[in-house]
Ligand binder design. Structure first.
Ligand code: BGC
Length: 294
């Protein structure tokens, strides 16, 4: 099975006519489009040459932004771009930086003209004013100022103060798998990645109890990508992800062993088994595979 090809297929099947990427088509609480997941998915599709798919997602983002040009915007929306009124930690700023980052990189990569300049400018203006605001983290668990969030915002604004905050704080914050992206962005050194690999492997953080706290496919992807940028071999991460694809080539969100297995049942009682396929998992495989082949 060609997992990169299959990943493109799964992602295209999960893109709605509006351009939104569903986080997971089969997992009820994830039948929405997140700026964060979507940005990494679009970035992966752009890298894989799926220009139209990526651009349809940026159209969707721009539509959400234009509907409320002063902001604020939520972490996730219904697939048709209307607000999600369910109870969810909506205040997350990282994804706003990430969609801009992905759209700009896409235009540069493919020499494409941007048709989202107004929405990009509105998003960046908002982020420049609010980048230090407390908000919910990548894992939607904690309110505060988080380096992965500020790094994601920096990717769009390139603001020196945001960079300085990340470089000053990454070592003092709870060690977190999301920091691997900071290494990929060049905001944290390879020593930090080594720390993550040694102490967390592909777990999100040591206290993770969500579905018992498994190992996340996306984090193997981020780790491999950051390794590659530092001249380290990403083969272990590629092979690990491939080994965790199901027979039909679908990638789940997370896999055992669990850090806190006593918490698993309470989640399955609530929401059944963990998300699969997770489009973001497929995206991070695709990104790693593409970057490794370049
Ligand atoms: C993760 C988020 C992600 C969402 C949808 C959550 O469990 O913590 O980072 O955006 O799932 O995939």
């Amino acid at each position: 099975m060609d997992l990169a090809r299959r990943s493109v297929e799964v992602i295209l099947a999960g893109q709605s006519p509006s351009g939104a990427y569903v986080a997971s088509p089969t997992f009820g609480p994830y039948r929405y489009c997140w700026f964060r997941d979507g940005a990494f998915i679009a970035d992966a599709m752009s890298r894989a040459g799926e220009v139209e798919s990526a651009e349809r997602f940026f159209d969707w983002c721009a539509g959400v932004v234009r509907a409320r040009p002063e902001g604020p915007w939520d972490a996730r929306y219904n697939l048709d771009g209307t607000p999600d009124t369910s109870d969810w930690p909506h205040h997350q700023l990282d994804g706003l930086g990430l969609w801009v980052w992905a759209a700009q990189a896409h235009c540069e990569r493919h020499g494409r003209a941007s048709r989202w300049d107004d929405a990009v400018a509105a998003t960046v203006a908002y982020l420049r004013a609010h980048w230090r605001d407390s908000c919910v983290d990548w894992w939607e668990e904690r309110e505060g100022l988080h380096v992965a969030t500020v790094g994601s915002i920096w990717a769009a604004t390139r603001d020196d103060a945001a960079r300085a905050l990340v470089t000053d704080r990454y070592e003092h914050e709870r060690l977190d798998g999301s920091h691997a992206f900071l290494v990929a962005l060049g905001l944290a050194p390879v020593e930090h990645l080594e720390r993550i690999e040694r102490r967390l492997g592909y777990h999100r953080h040591a206290d993770d109890v969500y579905y018992g706290g498994g190992r996340w496919i996306i984090l193997a992807g981020f780790t491999g990508w950051a390794r590659l940028l530092h001249g380290l071999d990403p083969a272990p991460q590629l092979e690990w992800i491939e080994a965790h694809a199901r027979e039909d080539g679908e990638l789940p969100e997370q896999v055992p062993p669990l850090l806190h297995p006593e918490h698993y049942d309470r989640w399955t009682e609530k929401w059944h088994t963990p998300a699969q396929p997770l489009l973001w998992s497929h995206a991070m495989y695709l990104t790693l595979k593409t970057v490794a082949a370049a």
